[in-house]
Design a protein around this ligand. Structure first.
Ligand code: F6P
Length: 361
């Protein structure tokens, strides 16, 4: 066994789940146990379990057969401990106090957190409170700063692409506009990748506010050119040029009042602007479920093993990230509160435009 700064660590998954979490858990724990003789404590349901004191020791058997399994063997929740300021009448502690208490009670030397922006921002705050924290970037949205890629993303791209492929054939048969809504409230990576891979005629992203007129023109032109059907890929956070002018709060309010999701509005607008029949498919949680694609299994394993070596070195307060194709540790403070959106000069946007994709701008 090699020397290690950490003897016992807690591991949790927090925020929306995604394929690859189990592969990452396996990567961290097997390396930590086999190479360094560390003990791993699995914290249940993310920060909720850390607050409530729910955890169990993970034996080596816990990782058998989980590489290919979707979801997370630890469970997850969307708890935000630093926003929970009330004192628990039973314990007399706030959520953050309970976290520090349980960390100490369980004899942890460090905490490994697998999550997205919210989870890792909380991790940065916990590090400030004196906990030894290492984060791993998971999300189908691929919107974490400082990393080229997050695990879970390519599985979601694959699911969405297959759906677009299937919609293509039926769109063709019926000469319809098929609108497919994919996840991505603030960042359009998933819509962009799946849209390009599936040959979407129109891709609407949160980063590029749309106008319905150029989209309708594009679709009508396609019809004139002998293609009376179109595929429109819409990220759930896509917004019109008018909406882009609104204050964030006002936009959120209007969206909450909308009785349907954005794809339905786009369908209605396009139907009346083109006279073509439209149909909507909202992919929803299918994008987050199921077995990870090989790329995500490999990436999650690579990130996990790297995190174990960081634990051993006592290299804390960092997120494992991919930069120039290799894993590195970046300070959690550097990514906290940030969102990696699609830059407007991203080469993929250019490529998509060059093959005739309309972005509604
Ligand atoms: O995992 C990220 C994400 O998929 C977003 O794209 C989506 O808007 C959100 O999670 C919804 O998740 P939930 O309903 O679990 O909060």
């Amino acid at each position: 066994m090699q020397d290690s700064a950490v003897k016992r660590f807690g591991i949790l998954t927090s925020g929306g789940d995604c394929p690859g979490l189990n592969a990452a858990i396996r990567g961290v724990c097997r390396t930590a146990m086999d190479e360094y003789g560390m003990q791993a404590i699995g914290i249940e349901e993310g920060y909720r379990g850390l607050i409530e004191g729910r955890a169990h020791e993970l034996g080596r058997d816990a990782f058998a057969g989980i590489l290919t399994r979707g979801g997370t063997i630890l469970g997850t929740s969307r708890e935000k401990p630093f926003k929970m300021t009330e004192v628990d009448p039973e314990t007399g502690r706030t959520a953050v106090e309970s976290i520090k208490y349980n960390y100490k009670q369980w004899g942890l030397d460090a905490l490994v957190i697998l999550g997205g922006n919210g989870t890792n921002s909380t991790g940065a705050l916990l590090a400030r409170e004196g906990l030894n924290v290492i984060g791993l970037p998971k999300t189908i949205d691929n919107d974490i700063a400082e990393t080229e890629i997050t695990f879970g993303f390519h599985t979601a791209v694959s699911v969405a692409t297959e759906a677009i492929d299937r919609l293509h054939t039926t769109a063709h048969s019926h000469s319809r506009i098929m609108i497919i809504e994919v996840m991505g409230h603030k960042a359009g990576w998933l819509g962009l990748y799946a849209g390009i891979a599936g040959g979407g005629d129109v891709i609407l992203l949160p980063e590029i506010p749309y106008n319905i007129d150029p989209i309708a023109k594009h679709i009508k032109q396609r019809k004139e050119d002998g293609h009376p059907f179109s595929i429109v890929v819409v990220a759930e956070g896509a917004l019109s040029k008018e909406e882009a002018l609104l204050e964030k709060k006002e936009l959120k309010k209007r969206r909450a009042e909308m009785p349907y999701s954005i794809a339905y509005r786009v369908a209605k607008e396009l139907e009346s602007a083109t006279g073509l029949e439209s149909r909507v498919t909202v992919l929803g949680y299918l994008q987050r479920g199921g077995t990870p694609v090989p790329y995500d299994r490999v990436l999650a394993t690579q990130f996990g093993t790297y995190a174990a070596h960081m634990l051993a070195k006592g290299d804390f307060s960092k997120l494992v990230a991919l930069q120039n194709g290799v894993p590195v540790g970046v300070p959690l403070e550097k990514i906290a509160g940030k969102i990696k959106r699609v830059p407007l000069d991203h080469p993929l946007l250019m490529s998509a435009r060059e093959v005739g994709t309309c972005f509604g701008d």
